[in-house]
Every structure is written in C-alpha cells, then in structure tokens.
Write a protein that binds this ligand. Structure first.
Ligand code: PMP
Length: 358
C-alpha cells in the first residue's frame, strides 16, 4: 500500500522524464509543463494555465521554431551538415538557432540592429554565432538587418536564410507540438486560448490546432501590447491597422500580418489590448504569489488570460504561453530607475515594491 502510494506520488513528478533520454539538445525541445496558476485560478474560479516555455533547453518558446525552420531547410535541400544558417533577429530566435546550429553542426550567422543590448550580442557569441550588428534602419531600406541576412545566405553555397516572419515552418512547429501538447495536457478541456504576436507563429499555429481539435469550440483571443496593429486589425475585421503608443514588452508587437499569421488570422475570435502597467503588475504579482519569474511578454499573456477568465465566468479553462523567463531582462524590469523612466514604478503595488532590487 505504502509502496503504491509512494510510486503514484513519484509518478506525478516524472511524466516528462518517463519518456527516457532525448536525442540531444534538439530532442529536448518541447513537452514543457502546463502550469496551473493557482492564485489567479482561485480568484477567477477558472483554471488559468500557462505553458512553461521558459523550460525549453534554450530558454524560450522560440526553440520550437528554431528547430522547425532548420529542419525545413534540411528537407528542402538548402543546407547539409557544415552549412550555414542565417537569420535576422535580436532575440530568442537567434538564441534558439545558435543552440540548434551547434547541436546539428551548422555555422550560425545572426544579423541584428546595433541598438540591441550588449548582453544579447555577447550571449549569441558565447553560443558560437557569428554576430553582425548593423545600423538600425527601417524594413523598406535595403540595408535593414533582415535584407542583409537574406543577401548573406544567397551569396553562399550550402546556406539558408530561415526567415522566421514569413517562413510557415515556424507556425508548423506549433501546429505539430505546442497545440497537441496543450490538448493532451488538458484532456481536451480547453475553453479559451490567448497569446501575443511577434512573428505570429505561436498564436497562429496553436490556434489552428486547437480550433481543429475542438471543432471550432475553443475561443481564441489575440493579446496585444500598445504599439502593435493586431488588436486594431482583429477588432475591425481586418479594416484598420492602428498602432497607438509603444510598449516595454520585448519580442512581441507587430506592424503587419505576416505569412505565419495570414492563413489563420480569420480563426481569431477577439483581441485584448494590455497596457504596460497591467503587464508589470502581473509580472511582480506572479513572482510574489507563485514564484514564477517571467519576461514581460509572458506577463502580458497571463494578464490577458486573467482578463479573459473574468469575462468568461467561473468554471472555464483558459490557456496561455509563458514564453521566457525574466533573466534576459532583469537589469530593466527590476531596476527602479528604468521603471521610473518608463512611468511604471507607481504601477507596482506597495507590498510588491520590495522586489525592485536594482
Ligand atoms: N515572447 C518572446 C519573449 C519572444 O521572444 C517572442 C518571439 N519574438 C514571442 C513572445 C512571440 O512569439 P512568436 O514569434 O511565435 O509570435
């Protein structure tokens, strides 16, 4: 009896490990936990569940896309072992690609605007990437970092520009992995899904899977920061693309409907605009009440799930994405001077001010 109880208690903690060793770094991507956010669930009477993407081996949801775009280039015969993967990115995609390239034996070249933080460039170099910091110019300028990445790959033999914004292998990662994992982890009991857009791969791919699996029953709500057009686009049925403001959130916010979003954008039922004050308040609240240490895009996603739960009423299950941890942003998100400069220090309630450590 005791043995059985010990065994079943242990088994709850080893569900991912039970599958045995993975095939290297790439095999360890995905199968992340789905975490019940207890305080918000109790308050709203809903199950509010966050997919713990910060537990991917490269530290973010973008490990999934990195694997899929590289394997897509392999399948299309663009690269063979020893070849080069080139991408324009300032963030998590580059980190995911740098890891995947080391693991698979490719060179990795990352173009980024020279306005990006020193930490990001250093991290990419430490992961073995060849980092090219180029002047920050708009997308319609031929010297924009994305165009430079494309030209770099075109000029080389055995090389691919992975083009995360418009390469639909990105959303395919979420159709084949994130969506099915959420469905299996909830036993199909999902009432709503919400998440923000960077490339749109996570939102579009997960939406496509969940809508198909549920015969359209799962309600999908796009979460959007100020300065991004997605809210306006969805609310107006595709008629307007208003930006309205700017945001502290990194990795999300979009000015157009990318090829990753395009095929599934009509499946999105509604949108929520989340102000930075709500995002930062949620970020500190999750740390205090749950011990969960999230980047701002994830805090925005959870704030959207919380708003959505309140409108749906008790008894529903709302799922969102916790894309990465705060580690890459802590010199900003936990700095009083930075929060004050952004007008956000006062958004943090008095009992949470003690976490502003820098
Ligand atoms: N959050 C963070 C921290 C990210 O780096 C990204 C990717 N830019 C996203 C969210 C958005 O993911 P996607 O590109 O799939 O829309």
């Amino acid at each position: 009896m005791l043995r059985r109880r010990l065994y079943s208690a242990g088994a709850r903690h080893v569900t991912a490990a039970a599958a045995g060793p993975t095939n290297g770094f790439v095999g360890a991507i995905g199968n992340t936990p789905l975490v019940r956010i207890n305080s918000l669930s109790k308050e709203t009477g809903c199950e509010i569940l966050g997919k713990a993407e910060f537990m991917n081996p490269g530290g973010s949801v973008k490990d999934r896309a990195a694997r899929f775009v590289v394997e897509d280039a392999e399948r299309r015969g663009l690269v063979r072992r020893g070849g080069t993967i080139v991408e324009g990115t300032a963030g998590n995609t580059g980190i995911g690609l740098a890891h995947v390239c080391r693991a698979k034996g490719y060179r990795c070249v990352i173009y980024m605007p020279d306005t990006q933080s020193r930490e990001k460039m250093d991290l990419l170099r430490m992961l073995g990437a060849d980092v090219r910091a180029v002047p920050a110019v708009a997308f319609d300028n031929a010297d924009n970092y994305n165009h430079q990445a494309r030209r770099h790959a075109e000029a080389l033999e055995n090389a691919a520009w992975t083009n995360q914004f418009d390469n639909t292998a990105n959303r395919q990662a979420h159709i084949e992995t994130t969506g099915p994992e959420i469905w299996a982890q909830t036993g199909g009991r999902v009432d709503a899904f919400t998440c923000a857009t960077g490339t749109g791969g996570t939102l579009a791919g997960t939406t496509r899977f969940l809508k198909e699996a549920s015969d359209g029953r799962v309600r999908v709500v796009a979460a959007d920061p100020p300065g991004s057009v997605i809210y306006s686009y969805i609310k107006s049925g595709g008629k307007t693309m208003e930006r309205g403001g700017s945001s502290i959130t990194e990795g999300i916010g979009q000015g157009r409907i990318t090829a990753n979003l395009q095929p599934d954008v009509h499946l999105i039922d509604d949108a929520l605009k989340i102000p930075d004050a709500d995002t930062i308040r949620m970020l500190y609240r999750l740390l205090d009440e749950e011990g969960i240490y999230l980047g701002a895009s994830s805090a925005l996603n959870v704030a959207a799930a919380y708003e959505l739960a309140k409108t749906l009423g008790p008894g529903k299950t709302v799922v969102t994405i916790m894309a990465d941890g705060a580690y890459r942003y802590q010199s900003r998100l936990f700095s009083r001077a930075w929060l004050e400069a952004k007008g956000l220090a006062d958004a943090i309630p008095a009992h949470l001010q003690k976490y502003i450590a820098l």
